[in-house]
Design a protein around this ligand. Structure first.
Ligand code: ARG
Length: 446
């Protein structure tokens, strides 16, 4: 959605007090040591390790502190290890959602925009983080939030103060005047006291990217095209020139940051890919040349194909303008058809849902859509495990169940390779060796 994020933060004159600079932290740290058991052995009835091979029956996963130390069939349980019995469940790597806006979710279009302050948003963000974690998403790439609330949330999670997924955060989105991140359709005299993610031309863009990195951005989110949940006319027209997109990517690269580009329209998608983005978000109207370019560049597509169901069902009730509902109607089905073409063409795909457009914790509902529109269940699982980790640059720590990775594990009752909707009913969640959601004899919540 991204568009909702700045809206939900509301406006205020006291923002500078709220948003003091926080140092960047790209690597999550372990949870408080007191909460982490020393040695755990997990018995898994069926193990899907994220690497794509056939599931392993009767697997044992050994965990020491926050890391996996060994995985195998019938491994000996070390003396003194606590045993967690998931022998009647399927165990998978904790999921990765590469497109969330975890700090907020919509309640009412006008009220979110005009009655909420950034402090209202900040005090509830941790609730959504917990729901996301409980749904089995142990890592998220959060792609746009106002007022650096995402930075504060990430830091509180890393410090063990607040339970939630590991986070990479984009902070303010980088967009053009009148674009998807701007507030369009109101009086030109309306002024909000928020940090602005608006930049036009190379100099402003470079300055904004630097400002975001300085204040904690792990990645940069660029708004390459018009969007759905914003009041500009088009849904996919480009909103930056090629030179401007090049500047975003070049500046981000200088600071060691990847760029995720919001783009619905074919031309904007191609400009973003030519500029060298790591991922194209939404990608609704991607054409064959765009698909070819994505493959050539090794870029990921992150397509939020569950969203349309929720927007069409609920957004009228939430008071969204007809113009926005019409835009969704224009793009929803085409995006799913594009998804199918992209899967068939073998483009790299990472699981990303735009959670925050719909309620946090429902992230897993997208798996079934992905299977309905052309992925095998294993492909859908890998998009949210090994592929997500690769896109985030975190393959060394998350996305698979292997020695050396964080002990981020989830369990479901049945076999998700037969019924993908099992992934909507996660019964057990461990992150960094700490059990956050129990099953069987698992430890109580911290
Ligand atoms: N944040 C996106 C936008 O406003 C949401 C698009 C949702 N629709 C969809 N069919 N994926 O553009």
């Amino acid at each position: 959605m991204h568009r909702l994020a700045p809206r939900l933060f509301g406006r205020s004159l006291v923002l500078t007090a709220l948003a003091a600079p926080v140092p960047a932290q790209t690597a999550p740290s372990a949870p408080a040591a007191a909460a982490a058991p020393m040695r755990i052995a997990i018995r898994a009835g069926r193990l899907i390790d994220g690497l794509g091979g056939a599931p392993m029956a009767e697997a044992v996963i050994l965990v020491e502190n926050d890391r996996i130390t060994a995985v195998g069939r019938g491994l000996a349980i070390p003396n003194g290890a606590r045993v967690i019995d998931l022998s009647r469940s399927t165990v998978l790597p904790g999921f990765i959602d590469a497109h969330t806006h975890v700090t907020s979710q919509p309640e009412n279009y006008m009220e979110d925009l005009f009655r909420k302050s950034p402090i209202d948003v900040a005090v509830s963000a941790h609730v959504y983080a917990r729901r996301t974690l409980d749904a089995g998403f142990t890592t998220i790439r959060d792609v746009g939030a106002g007022e650096f609330i995402d930075v504060a949330l990430r830091n509180a999670i890393n410090a063990g103060t607040v339970p939630g997924p590991r986070m990479q955060v984009a902070t303010l989105t980088v967009g053009s005047t009148g674009g998807h991140g701007d507030i369009t359709g109101f009086s030109p005299y309306l002024k909000f006291g928020q940090f602005s993610g608006i930049a036009d031309g190379e100099a402003e863009i470079r300055k904004l990217v630097r400002f975001e990195v300085k204040n904690g951005a792990d990645l940069i989110k660029m708004l390459a095209s018009a969007g759905v949940l914003s009041e500009e006319e088009s849904v996919g027209a480009p909103q930056f020139t090629q030179e401007e997109m090049n500047a975003v990517v070049d500046e981000a690269r200088m600071w060691g940051r990847k760029v995720a580009a919001h783009a619905h329209g074919a031309e904007a998608i191609k400009r973003a890919l030519r500029a060298g983005v790591a991922s194209v978000e939404h990608a609704s109207l991607i054409d064959d040349e765009g698909i070819r370019l994505a493959k050539e560049k090794g870029a990921y597509l992150v397509m939020d194909i569950y969203n349309d169901d929720y927007i069409m069902a609920e957004y009228k009730r939430l008071g969204y303008p007809q113009k926005i509902l019409d835009k969704e109607a224009a793009v929803g089905r085409l995006q799913r058809e594009s998804f199918r073409r992209a899967v068939q063409a073998g483009v790299k795909m990472a699981f990303g849902t735009d959670a925050g457009v719909y309620p946090h914790g429902w992230n897993g509902r997208q798996f079934a859509k992905m299977v309905e529109w052309g992925m095998t269940p294993m492909q859908a699982i890998q998009s949210a495990t090994t592929s997500g980790a690769d896109l985030l640059g975190w393959s060394d720590r998350v996305g698979s169940i292997q020695a050396g990775r964080y002990a981020d594990l989830v369990a479901v009752d049945g076999d998700p390779l037969r019924d993908i909707t099992e992934l909507e009913r996660v019964k057990f969640v461990m992150k960094g060796g700490v059990v956050y959601k129990g099953a069987g004899n698992a430890a109580p919540l911290p």
